[in-house]
Design a protein around this ligand. Structure first.
Ligand code: PEP
Ligand code: MG
Length: 577
């Protein structure tokens, strides 16, 4: 049966492919009561699933011992095999099936919760973190129980793979960079959550906030994602399929035409130069940056280097990563943002992550976290400074609100410089230090930022979240998340104007910068530097080439005096005339 679900459009384009349901064990396990006569069969089914996973581990263990295999793999497989053998799992789940007549999946998920709770009690961070291994092992057994031990990368012909999940963390999503994924949909999530941001950086269609996709869609269902309209079509008929195939090839044609703009100078009709920079998450994204000949990197979200791993990346590893980006873009600025961990960006290698989770968006996030962990911060500062010797690196500090935070940060940067001098390691003595303006307090009291920093970058994603008190990851309030709210626009305008008067360069690096419907508005506000996903650069350049900056300045001045969002939107639409 064909049906459609509507959610939030977060990454445009059309994907046509087969559903692959991603399971989060605790959330999606069904519960039902068995008839007495079915109980022994259920225990056997549980045992068969454990046997299957034991076999998988034996194969993995064999592969792990071969030359060239990563050494951590042996330890990893051994720990997982040990967890699998723990009587708290198989035996206790078997007993629960018999005592409570519940299904095997449910019995196992309950045991997992018990074990995870026990591990949560450990003082020792290492032991506490092993709870993630328990979850991974249980997910394997659940997959065996549900009878779908499939690998993500194996598809028939050129069919695309579409991930369907209840929710995906930014850490989950970043892993798609190394897999060939056609697109993804989730039931939860907001349009500027970091999961959505990663989807845009991957340039794959995605829709979030669908509410019921995970329970309604089945594995291998044929799906169409319309990323522009925020629609998921399940099991489309031939007519709909044909229409979308046509639209998809139309969009591909448009995109290939845009490539012609790669070498065009980014300037308005009245010859005002507009810098179009790229946002990246990992060094490998540099390929895309070069493909569109961006002016440099305006935002390197370094926290993604810290995700999906048990140990923090050391100073040397970070240095290599930052240097690789700087060397790949000779002569162009590379803006490395210091660790912005917390809120939806969690990394299990970060000690004290549980503290960050208490009230995440308002809690110990980004620079607040770094200032409480000077050793982790200093290692990153030294790595960035060392890389600055190999190119034009700038350093950007996220989530600043207080003058004292700027001072403490600058003191630590000085300390890192002194340590490098003592070690006779080279760095750019004149490295520029910038601050992100993403908290209303910073935009309203810009003085200390302008006095103490070399450049500013407006993070409109967080600025919108904190101005309107809307959690950017929560689809329940997503309809109220509005970067065009007059209050947000006034803060952006104020920051641009105040910085321009003081002669301090300012950029916008939030999602607003990559939205071609906002290009005219931002140029009219006086913005001259934009930073966005590489995939958006040519689309925005196309808009820049059609703008008259002086004329827009007058028209946007009038627009900013409007208080009614609807009238503001009408005026915005007319900026195109
Ligand atoms: C922002 O808040 O606008 C921003 C660019 O930073 P992030 O999206 O990583 O929070
Ligand atoms: Mg931010």
């Amino acid at each position: 049966m064909t049906f459609a679900l509507h959610g939030l459009a977060v990454s445009s384009g059309i994907a046509i492919g087969r559903a692959h349901l991603v399971s989060h064990a605790t959330l999606e396990v069904a519960q039902y009561v068995l008839r007495d006569r079915d109980v022994p069969g259920e225990v056997t089914r549980l045992k068969a699933a454990f046997d299957a996973v034991r076999k998988e581990f034996a194969t993995l263990r064999g592969e792990a011992g071969t030359p060239g295999a990563p050494s951590e793999l042996v330890a990893f497989v051994d720990i997982h095999a040990m967890i699998l053998a723990d009587p708290m799992l198989e035996e206790a789940a078997g007993a629960a099936i018999q005592e409570r007549r519940c299904n095997a999946e449910w019995a196992l998920a309950q045991q997992m919760d018990l074990l995870v709770a026990q591990f949560d009690e450990f003082e020792d961070v290492y032991l506490r973190e092993r709870k993630h291994d328990i979850v991974q092992v249980v997910e394997r057994v659940l997959k065996a129980l549900l009878g779908k031990p499939r690998k993500l990368s194996k598809r028939k012909g050129d069919e695309e793979l579409i991930i369907v999940a209840h929710d995906l963390s930014p850490a989950d999503t970043i892993q798609f960079k190394s897999l060939k994924i056609g697109g993804f949909v989730t039931d939860l999530g907001g349009a500027t959550s970091h999961t959505a941001i990663v989807a845009r950086s991957l340039a794959i269609p995605a829709v979030v906030g669908l509410h019921h996709a995970r329970p309604l869609v089945r594995d291998d269902d044929l799906l169409i994602i319309d990323g522009r309209r925020g629609v998921l079509i399940v099991n489309p008929d031939e007519r709909i399929l044909e229409e979308y195939r046509l639209r998809k090839s139309g969009q591909e044609l448009e995109r290939s035409k845009l490539k012609r703009l790669k070498t065009a100078r980014s300037a308005t009709l009245d010859d005002v130069e507009i810098q179009l920079m790229a946002n990246i998450e990992l060094p490998q994204d540099i390929e895309q940056v070069r493909e569109v000949d961006a002016g440099g990197v305006g935002l390197f979200r370094t926290e993604f280097l810290f995700m999906n791993r048990d140990e923090l990346p050391g100073e040397d590893e970070q240095f290599e990563a930052y240097r690789a980006v700087a060397k790949a873009l000779p002569g162009k600025p590379v803006t490395v943002r210091t660790l912005d961990v917390g809120a939806d960006k969690t990394a299990r290698a970060i000690r004290g992550a549980e503290r960050i989770e208490a009230n995440p968006a308002l809690g110990l996030r980004a620079i607040r976290y770094c200032l409480t962990e000077p050793q982790i911060f200093l290692a990153q500062l030294r790595a960035i400074l060392r890389a600055s010797h190999y190119g034009h690196i700038r350093m950007l500090i996220p989530m600043l609100a207080h003058a004292s935070e700027i001072d403490q940060t600058l003191t630590l940067i000085e300390q890192a410089k002194m340590q490098l001098r003592d070690d006779r390691l080279k760095f750019d003595e004149g490295i520029e230090i910038g601050g992100m303006i993403e908290i209303p307090a910073a935009a309203l009291a810009l003085g200390p930022f302008i006095k103490r920093l070399d450049f500013l970058s407006i993070g409109t994603n967080d600025l919108t979240q904190y101005t309107l008190a809307i959690d950017r990851t929560d689809e329940a309030v997503a309809h109220l998340y509005d970067p065009l709210h007059p209050a947000v626009l006034r803060l952006v305008h104020l920051t641009i104007q105040t910085s321009a008067k003081a002669g301090v360069p300012v950029a916008v690096c939030g999602e607003m910068a990559g939205d071609p419907d906002m290009t005219r508005l931002l140029i009219g506000m006086g913005l001259r530097e934009f930073s966005m996903h590489p995939s958006q650069i040519l689309t925005v350049k196309q808009q820049v080439l059609k703008c008259d900056a002086a004329e827009l300045n007058t028209r946007v001045g009038r627009l900013l005096r409007l208080d009614e969002p609807e009238r503001l939107r009408e005026h915005l639409a007319r900026l195109d005339d």
